[in-house]
Design a protein around this ligand. Structure first.
Ligand code: PGA
Length: 246
């Protein structure tokens, strides 16, 4: 079971340290449970430092650029992230797709760079409300997933995690019903079944996950974890999600 916290554009280094300290007071290592934190890049080192000695909690980056180095002002490469100790990197988060205009091809390149640097891409996929109402949710998710799977397979990559995050559920307080989440997770699992390297990749659910709904979502078939945004900024709420995970 993976419980991931995406802090988004919140928490400078000192605030990150405080949050980690508060969280550690409330969360002991537990078998079969892996916690991954995604601080902003500026707070990566402070977060990793505050977690020293807690090998059950790993740290990732929220975004990288696919080139290795060079004149790309403002960007961070996958190799730089890996050298700093990042084990995971989010790819294709809906805020990247919708606010920053990242295309499916951009996510393909980013996932490829993350894998080439030895990190695990946590690929986020999900449909908008209009797409769901149009009955296109499964097609959209498939379209976001397959180019990345092809790319990773061509690189012989083995590590991948996926997060199903319906866009209409992110930061809105709306959550997919456990049945809707289970339906999409089954669809993703079926797509993965044709890819031996990724057949068992964990599939997380994300979108307004809170202590009050996490356990039920996590008990659905094929829901192998949760990706938590807003509630991961509250140490008590995030610890409650982790402790309550089945
Ligand atoms: P939320 O964000 O939990 O605030 O809805 C989830 C995410 O964006 O990963």
């Amino acid at each position: 079971m993976i419980i991931a916290g995406n802090w988004k554009m919140n928490l400078a280094p000192a605030a990150a340290k405080t949050l980690v300290a508060e969280f550690l007071k409330r969360y002991e290592p537990a078998e079969k449970r892996e916690v991954i934190l995604f601080p902003p890049a500026l707070a990566f080192e402070a977060t990793a430092e505050a977690l020293r000695g807690r090998g059950d909690i790993r740290v990732g980056l929220q975004n990288i650029y696919w080139e290795e180095s060079g004149a790309y002002t403002g960007e961070i490469s996958a190799a730089m992230a890996a050298a700093a100790g990042a084990a995971f990197c989010l790819v294709g988060h809906s805020e990247r797709r919708h606010i920053f205009g990242e295309t499916i091809d951009d996510t393909r390149r980013k996932a490829s760079a993350v894998a080439a640097a030895g990190m695990t891409p946590l690929l986020c996929v999900g449909e908008t409300l209009a797409e769901r109402q149009d009955n296109r949710a499964e097609t959209i998710v498939q379209r976001q997933l397959e180019p990345v799977l092809d790319e990773l397979a061509s690189r012989d990559a083995k590590a991948l995690a996926i997060a199903y995050e319906p866009v209409w559920a992110i930061g809105t307080g709306e959550t997919a019903s456990p049945a809707d989440a289970a339906g999409m997770h089954a669809h993703i699992r079926a797509l993965l079944a044709a890819r031996p390297a990724f057949a068992h990749a964990p599939i997380l659910y994300g979108g307004s996950v809170k202590p009050t709904n996490a356990a039920e979502l996590l008990s659905q078939p094929e829901v192998g974890g949760v990706l938590v945004g807003g509630a991961s900024l509250d140490a008590a709420a995030f610890a409650a999600i982790c402790v309550g995970a089945p």
